[in-house]
Design a protein around this ligand. Structure first.
Ligand SMILES: [Fe+2]
Length: 169
């Protein structure tokens, strides 16, 4: 097996684990956001996109005949790092959630850019195309977060005076 092929296999498994993690983080965030309808709506849309990304990766992994036996181990590595991103933050969780989501998107964008290039080097253009496609979806999400960050911050500061923790979410 060529080195490129070996690494593409490994990185596809990593990407799959990353999307599974994204799915549970987004589910948690969507369920807790209460006063930011625009953010909740965009997060919900990205959750659906993320589920579709995971499925497209699964089809790709199956097409390449990659053994999925290692998937659990890789997933565990990501879990520890990402749990903090999905957790409940004291008081300012909406703002921290946006910050963490933006950081997560940056990691996803980098992962798919690297994967697309490696798949091209290997000569698997179908995988390269898939990774470029997913990368564009992550970039759109990152752009949305970047654009809406100031507005969400302002809204948060408006809610921050409230003693009720729910009002800040
Ligand atoms: Fe994703």
């Amino acid at each position: 097996m060529s080195d490129a092929r070996k690494y593409v296999d490994q990185w596809l498994r990593d990407a799959h684990a990353m999307e599974k993690q994204a799915e549970s983080i987004l589910e948690g965030q969507v369920s807790r956001i209460k006063n930011y309808p625009e953010l909740a709506e965009r997060m919900q849309a990205h959750l659906e996109e993320t589920i579709s990304q995971r499925k497209r990766l699964e089809a790709c992994i199956e097409r390449r005949g990659i053994s999925t036996s290692g998937v659990k181990d890789v997933s565990a590595k990501f879990t520890a790092m990402m749990q903090n991103l999905g957790g409940v933050f004291a008081g300012d969780e909406v703002v921290k959630g946006v910050l963490a989501s933006y950081a997560f998107e940056a990691m996803e964008i980098a992962s798919y850019r690297i994967l697309a290039e490696a798949a091209m080097a290997e000569g698997d253009f179908e995988t390269a195309q898939l990774c470029k496609e997913i990368c564009q979806e992550e970039e759109a999400m990152a752009d949305w977060l970047k654009e809406h960050m100031p507005r969400i911050t302002t809204a948060f500061l408006g809610h921050a005076a409230s003693e009720n923790a729910d009002a800040k979410r």
